[in-house]
Design a protein around this ligand. Structure first.
Ligand code: ATP
Length: 579
């Protein structure tokens, strides 16, 4: 079967198309259920116009039994289609959940303005719509013309009346759509903004409390909250108005159709049975439209969510899982690398070139704001806007499958982030725990003994973001996580910021051990200790490389420069010295 154009437009649409069989079966059961909804009409016609006229109890019994049987089939069909849709929803979630997770994670890294928190809500909204009551309205809607045609068959006046009411209902739905779509979209956006604002601030609640900043932030929260509330109220008001009108139309239609039927009976153009049957039929004919009006909001929400998800998945396509490579050795080459950031004119890193053989320990030096952290993130391939080439063992780092590359990389960011779980889980990067590797990593970083002093040792839960640990402990666990499994390339961004002397010694020991194992280590640091273990020095200033070479050569050169400068200008601070 040829795929319709709509389903070719995106990965998400194509995934929905893959469920066509399920939806076709749902359509089939809907057809059966809808067809059988004519049962009460036909039953009434039989009772009023046949049984009551003939006074035949046997006929009554027969039609009643047939009617009951058909009702049972109808109920079964409805139940089956609901069940099928629930299962389809679960499968849809299974197919898309991981994709959405990965794409939203990449979106977050990329700071592309796509809100990753929203992605799961969007998926939920699409799933709930496709597998909930809303979708039934779409399956049942095509039956409206059939019911109207039957009304016509009973009497043209009844048919015309049904058409008039259907038009009024559709008009209401259209009005509702026109007037609710924009405010409800804005309300959702504004609500999300409030939630993000709160989440961000609650994370820093201690700072807020300590410095009495709560009241100031309260004011900002209020402004956002009031804006969100206004949008919500606006969209709710239109929606309530539409619902009220819709109710009015529905009740009017029920009574007027009976009244019109009665008029036709008085005129002798219709039997009393047909009058009652037509009334029931017309209610049935307009029910899907009624349902569409009431589920319009969720349809609009689901459609917007669908489009957002399409954009997210389109921007971050699935990476090729078949790209298996041999493990890297840790040789790093940068050619003409420039790193930029949105809303920033000058690049943060400017035309960086260097080549570091595997097994080298590189100390990255430079004043604050010179681009050291940006370089660290560029090296591990997570800086979003990079031009030029960052090559790991000669291959562009962005070409690697991240899942595959992950175990070969160790990264300790400046702001250490641990996750809710045990110490062992955090060190093992939440992969399957290899106790031996966990202990090795902990020993390298000098953590093993102190971990054993915790009541549950390696199984101690560290709390949300490592809240039960001290700053130094957090940093050392993050260091152990970075060296877990002996990765080929380890990038440590200010690893000694929170360490005492013992911690610093453990860190240098860890770097020395990695070096002994032939691993490449970049260590961004302000402290001279890093120079002691380094083979190579890379100094940055204002995003440019100002020194790049073997440690001893660079330090000698720096010392000579410093001495020359001193003889010109008097005393000044010493350059970093090897310990
Ligand atoms: N996401 C970003 N968007 C815009 N500019 C950024 C971003 N991240 C960093 N910068 C800018 O890039 C420059 C270099 O920052 P970077 O954090 O790399 O410096 P650093 O040398 O590591 O500083 P420090 O030693 O203080 O950590 C700074 O001027 C900073 O303002």
């Amino acid at each position: 079967m040829k795929t319709p154009t709509f389903f070719q437009r995106s990965e998400l649409a194509a995934t929905l198309w893959s469920f066509r069989r399920e939806f076709a079966i749902v359509g089939l059961f809907s057809a059966v259920a809808n067809l059988l909804m004519l049962t009460p009409t036909i039953y009434m016609l039989q009772v009023y116009d046949r049984v009551l006229v003939s006074h035949s109890e046997l006929t009554l019994l027969a039609v009643s039994l047939i009617c009951l049987f058909l009702f049972a089939v109808m109920a079964m069909s409805e139940w089956t289609r609901s069940r099928l849709l629930v299962r389809t929803g679960v499968r849809l979630d299974e197919q898309l959940g991981t994709r959405v997770f990965n794409a939203s994670f990449e979106a977050y890294l990329d700071s592309s303005g796509l809100s990753p928190q929203r992605a799961f809500n969007d998926l939920l909204q699409v799933r709930q719509f496709l597998t909930g009551q809303g979708i039934f309205a779409f399956f049942d809607a095509p039956w409206t013309p059939i019911y109207i045609a039957v009304s016509f068959a009973l009497h043209p006046l009844l048919g015309i009346l049904a058409i008039v009411f259907a038009i009024v209902q559709v008009g209401l739905a259209w009005f509702g759509h026109r007037h609710t779509v924009a405010p409800s979209e804005e309300a959702v956006k504004a609500n999300l903004e409030v939630n993000l604002f709160l989440q961000g601030k609650l994370r820093n609640s201690e700072t807020l409390e300590a410095m009495g900043m709560v009241r100031n932030l309260q004011q900002r929260w209020r402004e956002r909250h009031v804006r969100a509330l206004a949008r919500q109220t606006q969209s709710q008001a239109v929606s309530n108005r539409v619902t009220a009108w819709s109710k009015f139309v529905r009740y009017s239609q029920q009574s007027l159709s009976l009244g019109a039927g009665a008029l036709l009976v008085i005129d002798g153009q219709l039997s009393p049975g047909a009058m009652i049957a037509a009334n029931v039929l017309m209610n049935r004919a307009l029910a899907p439209i009624d349902m569409m009006v009431s589920s319009w909001r969720s349809f609009i929400g689901a459609r917007a969510a669908f489009e957002r998800l399409e954009k997210l998945l389109g921007t971050f396509p699935e990476r090729d899982p078949a790209l298996t490579r041999v493990a890297p050795t840790g040789e790093i080459t940068l050619r003409g690398v420039e790193a930029t950031a949105p809303r920033r004119e000058a690049p943060i890193l400017k035309k960086i070139n260097f080549a570091i053989p595997a097994g080298t320990v590189v100390a990255v030096l430079g004043p604050s704001g010179s681009g050291k952290s940006t370089l660290a993130r560029t090296l591990v391939g997570i800086w979003p806007d990079v031009s030029g080439e960052v090559l790991l063992d000669g291959s562009p780092i962005e070409g690697w499958n991240r899942l595959e590359l992950g175990p070969h990389l160790g990264y300790l960011p400046q702001d250490v982030e641990l996750f809710d779980g045990t110490i062992a889980e955090n060190i093992a990067r939440f992969s399957e725990i290899d106790s031996e590797k966990v202990i090795t990593a902990a020993r390298i970083t000098g953590l093993h003994e102190s971990i054993l002093r915790f009541p549950k040792g390696y199984d101690t839960p560290i709390g949300e973001a490592g809240s039960v640990l001290s700053g130094g402990q957090r940093q050392r666990i993050a260091l152990a996580r970075a060296v877990y499994g002996d990765p080929a390339l380890v990038v440590l961004d200010e690893p000694n910021a929170n360490l005492d002397d013992a911690g610093e010694a453990a860190l240098m020991n860890a770097v020395a051990q990695l070096k002994a194992k032939g691993k490449t280590v970049f260590i961004v640091s302000h402290r001279p200790g890093a120079l002691a273990v380094a083979d190579w020095i890379l100094a940055l200033n204002n995003g440019e490389v100002v020194a790049n070479g073997p440690r001893d050569l660079v330090t000698q050169f720096a010392r000579r420069q410093h001495m020359a400068a001193q003889s010109d200008t008097g005393s000044g601070p010493l350059p970093p010295q090897p310990a």
